[in-house]
Design a protein around this ligand. Structure first.
Ligand code: ATP
Length: 366
């Protein structure tokens, strides 16, 4: 087992594109680290540098305590699997799984034992004599992953392995791959731009933007306490509402934020609300997740009034979009344009804040 450490890792392509910009990252032994970010944020380039397929412009890659920058891909003993896993079509599942072990000159007994164990773990134990053409998409994917990890790599690198599958299959395979990775216990770096995949499969998630780390943390942590506006806007469906507000007044047990046309009233008992005292009179950005909002009876104290603009019926949930007369913040962040995150602005000026998923109420006026 191997721990993987990246120090100030940077990749600048000859055309001047800075694909990865000073990334520091430590992946523990056996940990599943997911790299998440929008298209072009540098995920694949980072993965390719770890694999030894791309030379870093600057920075260090360590496998345990050893600097691996000059190691060949083979010396690194990484296994890499991509979205378009290729299996040998003329070989059975057994043949495909055995192949890497035969190349490594394992004894026939050792090969068949390992293949049987792994095939069972992958849930393809009863397909060993079939050819890839006789497998479902999900089974193919699992066999291909099995083939990548059968030689017990030090580090397993996966680049969008589920992106070519339909959504039902993806959902099923998420859980299976997650169980498999933990069962095998191999240190894994998993690239995806799909946040559901990231949040469900990761021990920790690294959120990247423009080649830089925005936040590293457990799925719950990055969702509940995003470190930047970008992370706040990027994680969650529907996206978090980010609203400009002015810290306006303090009542006995509540703080009032001026949203423009109405006030948002927050309980003083929430420690993050107490923190707002420092910004009295200042403009901040408040993050409000849809799941924190619930309908309230007319004129309930502390409720917001809004006009429903449109409604999406999604079967298991219905999403109503309301105009509450507030100014949306962070649209440029959400669109991925190159604006500065407020966290990078002078301290104390523009701060953003996110409330707990409890008492916000929204009255449906129309
Ligand atoms: P996606 O999710 O779309 O696969 P990504 O996050 O994996 O994107 P990368 O493929 O790592 O992003 O690319 C990061 C940036 O580097 C992009 O702007 C891309 O255009 C650029 N890039 C990638 N490879 C090269 C190359 N060989 N030469 C020049 N620029 C490159």
């Amino acid at each position: 087992m191997t721990a993987l450490t990246l120090e100030s890792l940077t990749k600048i392509f000859p055309n001047g594109t800075v694909a990865v910009d000073g990334v520091d990252l430590a992946v523990a032994d056996g940990e599943v680290m997911v790299l998440l970010g929008p298209s072009g944020c540098g995920k694949s380039t980072l993965l390719r540098m770890i694999a030894g397929l791309e030379d870093p412009t600057e920075g260090l890659i360590r496998f345990d305590d050893e600097i691996a920058n000059d190691w060949s891909p083979r010396q690194r003993r990484v296994a890499m699997a991509f979205q378009d896993f290729a299996l040998y079509p003329h070989m059975s599942v057994r043949g495909n799984l055995s192949f890497p072990l035969k190349l490594a000159k394992h004894t026939p007994d050792a090969v068949s034992e390992r293949v049987a164990d792994l095939a069972t773990a992958l849930g393809v134990g009863d397909t060993l004599e079939r050819r890839p053409g006789q497998l479902s998409g999900g089974q193919k994917q699992r066999v291909a992953m099995g083939r990548a990890i059968i030689r017990e790599p030090k580090v397993f690198l996966l680049d969008e392995p589920l992106s070519n599958l339909d959504s039902a299959l993806r959902a099923g395979l998420r859980a299976e791959i997650s169980t498999l990775l933990r069962g095998v216990g191999v240190t894994t770096v998993y690239v995806t731009h799909d946040q559901t995949e990231a949040l469900t499969m990761a021990d920790r998630v690294t959120i990247l933007r423009d080649g830089r780390v925005q936040q590293i943390g457990a799925p719950n942590e990055v969702y509940r306490t995003p470190a930047t506006l970008f992370v706040a806007g990027f994680l969650g469906t529907p996206r978090m509402n980010l609203l400009w507000a002015t810290v306006y007044a303090y009542l006995d047990d509540r703080v009032l934020l001026d949203l423009g046309r109405q006030h948002l009233s927050l309980p003083w008992s929430d420690p993050r609300v107490r923190d707002l005292a420092r910004y009295h009179g200042e403009e901040i950005v408040v993050g409000l997740r849809a799941e924190a909002v619930s309908p309230a009876a007319p004129d309930t104290p502390g409720s917001l009034r809004g006009t429903i603009r449109y409604v999406e019926h999604l079967g298991h949930e219905t999403i109503a979009y309301l105009d509450i007369g507030a100014r949306a913040a962070g649209a440029e962040e959400q669109a991925g344009a190159g604006h500065q995150a407020p966290s990078e602005e002078p301290a104390g000026k523009r701060r953003w804040w996110r409330r707990r998923p409890e008492p916000a109420r929204t009255e449906q006026a129309d």
